[in-house]
Design a protein around this ligand. Structure first.
Ligand code: SAH
Length: 214
C-alpha cells in the first residue's frame, strides 16, 4: 500500500500543485515526501490526496494541499531558517516545513490537538519540530525572531506580536485575514522597520481564536 500512497502523492503534486503554478523545488519535494495520509483520521484516509481540506477533529481542518503549497512557497524560507506556525492542527504544515530543513516552532491552542500532533510528528521522524500549546496570536517570543511566520487560521487582522517577531533582517508572514467565513491571504514582508503587504488571493480558513484573533 505504501507504493500506492506514493503514487497518489506524486499525482497530487503534479496535477494540483505544479499545474497551478507552484515552482519552488524545495516545496514540491516536501509535498512529494510527507505522508499526508498519516495526518488525517482513519475515516477520511482514502481522501488524503484529494484536492480539498479534510476534517481532523475538534471542528478543525487540514488545509487543501494546494493551499499548503501556496502558503509555503510565499513564505520563501529554506534550510536552516527559523519558522513559526500558528495553528498546528494535524501537524502536516509543520512537517512540510521540517522536511524543507526549517527549524520549526508551532503553536496550537487546543491541548488535545497539540498533544496528538507532537506524538504524530515524533513517530513520523519529525521530532525536531517544537510543538507548543497556547495562544499563537501572541506568537512564541522565546524563539523569535523568525524568517517566516505562517498562520493557518483566519483572523480579523495581523496580530501585532507576530509582526514584532519577524526578523528585521528580512522575513515574511503569510496569513488569511478577513471575515469569519471568507478571507484574503496576505503576505507581509519585513525589512528593518519597513513592512509591505501583498494580496495573494481569496481563501477560507477556520477562525483564529485568541487575544489578537476572534
Ligand atoms: N496547519 C494545520 C491546520 C490548521 S487548522 C495542519 O497542517 O493540519 C487551524 C488550527 O488553528 C486549529 O487546530 C485551531 O485549533 C488552531 N488555532 C485557532 N486559533 C489559534 C490560536 N490563537 N493559537 C494557536 N492555534 C490556534
Amino acid at each position: 500500500m505504501s507504493d500506492a500512497w506514493t503514487r497518489r502523492r506524486e499525482r497530487m503534486v503534479r496535477t494540483q500543485i505544479e499545474a497551478r503554478g507552484v515552482r519552488d523545488p524545495n516545496v514540491l519535494a516536501a509535498l512529494a515526501a510527507v505522508p499526508r495520509h498519516a495526518f488525517v483520521p482513519e475515516a477520511v484516509r482514502s481522501l488524503a490526496y484529494d484536492d480539498c481540506p479534510l476534517p481532523i477533529g475538534g471542528g478543525q481542518t487540514i488545509s487543501q494541499p494546494y493551499m499548503v503549497a501556496l502558503m509555503t512557497e510565499a513564505l520563501g524560507v529554506g534550510p536552516g531558517d527559523r519558522v513559526l506556525e500558528v495553528g498546528t492542527g494535524s501537524g502536516y504544515q509543520a512537517a512540510i516545513l521540517a522536511e524543507m530543513g526549517c527549524r520549526v516552532h508551532t503553536v496550537e491552542r487546543d491541548p488535545a490537538l497539540a498533544e496528538a500532533a507532537a506524538q504524530r510528528l515524533a513517530r513520523l521522524g519529525y521530532g525536531q519540530v517544537s510543538v507548543h500549546q497556547g495562544d499563537g496570536t501572541l506568537g512564541w517570543p522565546d524563539a523569535a525572531p523568525y524568517r517566516g511566520v505562517v498562520v493557518t487560521a483566519g483572523g480579523p487582522r495581523v496580530p501585532g506580536p507576530l509582526r514584532d517577531q519577524l526578523d528585521p533582517g528580512g522575513a515574511t508572514l503569510v496569513m488569511p485575514v478577513g471575515g469569519r467565513g471568507l478571507q484574503e491571504l496576505l503576505g507581509v514582508t519585513r525589512r528593518g522597520s519597513r513592512f509591505s503587504t501583498e494580496k495573494l488571493g481569496g481563501c477560507r480558513f477556520v477562525p483564529l481564536v485568541g487575544e489578537e484573533g476572534w
